[in-house]
Design a protein around this ligand. Structure first.
Ligand code: G
Ligand code: G
Ligand code: MN
Ligand code: NA
Length: 260
């Protein structure tokens, strides 16, 4: 596969870049952070989304250095935003996605600590997103590095929550502090009236999450009606095109989300 063989050189040549999508507090619509989303500016094919190359990078192991690069860039960016922004509503936070292969890589904790220290970012300003499916049936060896990070204050989010088969009681065992509700739930809030069964499911997930001291983030919010419904259901944080599409770091200044 041409893309696969081009990946290592692409990292060396600096062909990857990161877009950021704001995370909005549903209580007051303030921007409290952003998710980092990697892209590849391929010299022939133009901009490729992560779905095109992350699976290849996972297959070849390049995901480890690529993931480390994404983490380092994003953490430095977050520190830069914090320095400009002040901390009126608490520190500006950064969410970074982790692949399952990064979880089993022995350097994860040390690399993360090192990156945070060099950037001067507090661990509690970082959230690492792990998919629900990556943690299904996870044994203690797999959870140990996540526990260490969580003990340091790094938030761990379960991404795409509600799509896997994880048993809800299993949540207690995981060092997770945030549920990111899958976009499919948000989509079903688009119809009016929303599907009553989906409403009950989201209501139930939010109640359970809050009773376990977890925060709920909703993804894929595209309309004001969805935002309103999800707010009524008690969701804490939202992300989606209604607020902003993923964009370059400067967009956060332009949107006046961060004081310049
Ligand atoms: O950017 P987009 O919304 O197309 O992202 C699609 C998927 O790619 C998301 O589910 C996200 O989890 C994943 N993704 C984006 N950036 C990264 C990254 O830096 N590392 C990993 N492992 N996944 C990423
Ligand atoms: O980590 P995850 O795969 O959840 O990353 C978010 C993905 O969802 C990215 O690919 C991003 O571009 C996409 N996305 C973000 N907001 C919206 C939205 O409002 N609607 C849709 N359809 N996709 C979105
Ligand atoms: Mn994510
Ligand atoms: Na997701």
């Amino acid at each position: 596969h041409g893309l696969t063989t081009a990946l290592p050189a692409a990292l060396d040549r600096g062909e990857f870049f990161i877009e950021y999508q704001p995370l909005v507090h549903l209580g007051d619509d303030s921007v409290r952070g952003a998710e980092a989303l990697v892209r590849w500016l391929h010299p022939q094919h133009g901009v490729l989304g992560p779905d095109r190359f992350i699976p290849l990078a996972e297959h070849t192991g390049l995901i480890v250095p690529l993931g480390r690069w994404v983490l380092e860039q994003s953490v430095r960016q977050a520190r830069d935003w914090q320095e400009r922004h002040g901390e009126q509503a608490g520190p500006f936070r950064i969410n970074v996605n982790l692949s399952p292969c990064q979880l089993t890589h022995p350097g994860l904790v040390a690399d993360t600590v090192d990156i945070l220290e060099r950037a001067g970012l507090e661990p509690n300003s970082l959230c690492l997103e792990v998919t629900e499916s990556a943690l299904i049936g996870a044994d203690d060896d797999l959870l140990k590095p996540l526990r260490r990070l969580a003990e340091m204050g790094v938030d761990i989010a379960l991404d795409d929550f509600g799509t896997g088969y994880s048993n809800l009681a299993n949540l207690r065992r995981l060092p997770v502090s945030i549920l990111k509700l899958d976009r499919s739930f948000t989509r079903s809030m688009q119809q009016f009236p929303a599907d009553p069964v989906d409403l009950k499911i989201v209501d139930g997930i939010v109640s359970l999450a809050h009773s376990l001291d977890l925060t709920v983030t909703v993804e894929g919010v595209e309309t004001g009606a969805q935002a309103e419904q999800l707010k009524i259901l008690g969701c804490d944080t939202a992300q989606g095109w209604y607020y902003a599409r993923p964009g370059p770091p400067d967009r956060l200044h332009e949107l006046a989300l961060v004081d310049a």
